[in-house]
Design a protein around this ligand. Structure first.
Ligand SMILES: [Ca+2]
Ligand SMILES: [Ca+2]
Length: 155
């Protein structure tokens, strides 16, 4: 009886439901790549138009699935906006739902001069995944244009 219950719960945890068109199921999230480049706030609006928001990547396994998907899609060289910024309070990185963004390795990339991202405090306030950083987290200017990764809830 106990064994049955555990297996049943595991099954539920892997079933996320049906993703609304044009979102695809990717791991535990419904994900949409928008191949047109926008500034961060416009990118967020574009996700809203499709019924979602910029993606939250607060789970390492799920981040890896997204990373592999981007590497496979391979729209070099521009990066993708994801849903974190420190615009509200410098250095306090938050996802769009207000939850804190994990800092440090292995999520964040290392700059060309060997320093850990995020760099340029006060200037670069939005989070991107760029092929230049092997899709590790890096901050850049929110006004830069990047492709977009949205997330929405399953139906
Ligand atoms: Ca900043
Ligand atoms: Ca940076």
């Amino acid at each position: 009886m106990e064994t049955y219950v555990i297996i049943h719960l595991l099954h539920i945890s892997f079933y996320i439901g049906i993703c609304p068109n044009p979102y695809i199921e990717l791991g535990t999230q419904c994900v949409l790549l928008i191949p047109t480049a926008y500034a961060w706030s416009s990118a967020r609006t574009q996700c809203g138009v499709t019924g979602g928001d910029l993606i939250t990547l607060d789970d390492c396994d799920q981040y890896r699935k997204v990373y592999l998907y981007l590497a496979e899609t391979d729209y070099k060289p521009l990066g993708y906006w994801v849903g974190a910024s420190d615009s509200a309070l410098e250095g306090q990185w938050r996802w769009t739902d207000g939850s804190p963004t994990a800092m440090g390795l292995p999520l964040w990339g290392v700059t060309g001069v060997g320093e850990l991202e995020p760099d340029n405090p006060g200037l670069e306030n939005c989070l991107e995944l760029s092929s230049l950083w092997r899709y590790r987290f890096s901050n850049t200017f929110c006004g830069n244009v990047r492709r977009v990764i949205c997330e929405t809830s399953p139906l």
